[in-house]
Design a protein around this ligand. Structure first.
Ligand code: DHB
Length: 394
């Protein structure tokens, strides 16, 4: 088979790219080692920037987000038993949407089927060849055991933070930037009503907790844990005791409890690889960069990458050639590093590092007070959390 663009990785980044290219008249084949069911049932973050939500509707992926998503006009930050509201609408005139990444994926996979796009899930033994030529190839084994080869003009690596496409950039031609954190997140889904109208980001002497939502009867929550924590070691009672202690305080706030239906420990790290292009290979989303989950930037950032990438690829294939492709990395990286900074900053603002000194703790409280207690501080958070307005960014 021959196709202008082969996409390795059919998560939200790969599928959105295929969708946007399809609209521009560019045919793609997207591949993923996971089955559609595996991707749909792996819990991910749940917050979309308004611009990202608008693009999903506006480019014809689906308008389900307008019916089933929830607009959030602010969040609450919590410390020492008190909540402080950050009013996004009042501060920066923007909202975010609560709409789980698994639903974004389902909408995109349905849209590909509806539009006749080719996506192969559950494949294995992917090999990407000849990326330094203008005739790269992708080989893979289909679920029925047959071996296939796709010839393409470009290959996009959208295979996520554990993917292998980025390794195709030779070691002496790439730079990897990263930071590790001395903690992770324990994530749960619980059958319970919402405990608060908006998301609650809580810092406490026992560590961080995030109270998010899914539906009227299912809630998503996270708490800071050790990086090597094992989810199986935690009973429902122990989970609720831990979460309650992290949000407890003088205002008497309590979480509404219910059966825990799923628990996982999430890896925490910051990572960027440059360059994002190597010959005929282009990297997008988590394949090129990972952010820690605080602030829910990952999916938003990936969808910003592919918006730029779809534009430059369509122009390159339409005769714009090299010059169009050269725009990709500089345009994408600016937001990548802003998001890296924001995710890191919000993480250190709200987590307790093991071994932190009394000075560290008081400095953090001073920073927290500035963020919630001044308009400049609130605006700083609001503008980053809602995604930077296009006019301030490009
Ligand atoms: C969710 C996850 C996040 O990392 C975040 O900052 C906000 C919400 C979520 O899963 O709902």
């Amino acid at each position: 088979t021959s196709v202008p663009v082969a996409v390795v990785g059919a998560g939200p980044a790969g599928l959105m790219l295929a969708h946007l290219l399809g609209r521009a008249g560019v045919e793609t084949i997207a591949l993923d080692t996971r089955t559609r069911h595996e991707i749909e049932t792996t819990q991910r973050a749940g917050i979309l920037e308004a611009d990202v939500a608008r693009d999903l509707v506006g480019t014809g992926v689906s308008d389900r987000i307008l019916r089933e998503g929830h607009e959030h006009e602010g969040v609450e930050l919590r410390s020492a038993g008190r909540s402080y509201r950050i009013d996004f609408q009042e501060l920066v005139g923007a909202s975010v949407w609560l709409y789980p990444q698994t639903d974004v994926f389902t909408d995109l996979a349905d849209a590909r089927e509806r539009d006749g796009g080719t996506v192969h899930f559950g494949i294995r033994d992917t090999e990407v060849l000849d990326v330094t030529t203008d005739a790269p190839r992708v080989r893979y084994t289909a679920p029925d055991g047959t071996r296939h080869e796709i010839r393409a003009r470009y290959v996009v690596g959208a295979d996520g933070s554990r993917g292998t496409c980025r390794d195709l950039v030779p070691e002496d031609r790439r730079v990897r930037y990263g930071a590790e954190y001395p903690f992770a997140w324990f994530g749960i889904l619980a059958e319970a009503p919402a405990s608060a109208p908006e998301l609650v980001y809580a810092r406490s002497e026992h560590g961080f907790a995030l109270i998010s939502q899914r539906t009227e009867s299912v809630q998503r929550m996270y708490f800071q844990c050790a990086p090597d924590e094992s989810a199986d070691a935690w009973s429902d009672d122990r989970i609720w005791e831990t979460l309650q202690a992290r949000v407890a305080g003088e205002d008497g706030f309590r979480l509404k409890e219910g059966p825990v239906t799923e628990k996982t420990v999430l890896r925490f790290r910051s990572f960027v690889q440059e360059p994002m292009r190597w010959g005929s290979l282009l990297l997008a989303g988590d394949a090129a960069h990972t952010v820690p989950p605080t602030g829910a930037r990952g999916l938003n950032l990936a969808l910003h990458d592919v918006k730029i990438l779809a534009d430059v690829l369509a122009r390159a294939l339409g005769g714009g050639g090299e010059a169009a492709l050269e725009e990709y990395q500089p345009r994408a990286l600016r937001r990548v590093w802003r998001a890296q900074h924001f995710s890191y900053w919000m993480t250190q603002l709200l987590h307790t590092a093991p071994g932190a000194s009394p000075f560290d703790l008081r400095r953090q409280l001073g920073e927290f007070d500035h963020v919630v207690g001044t308009r400049a501080g609130r605006t700083h958070l609001a503008e980053q959390y809602t995604g930077w307005p296009a006019r301030e960014h490009d």
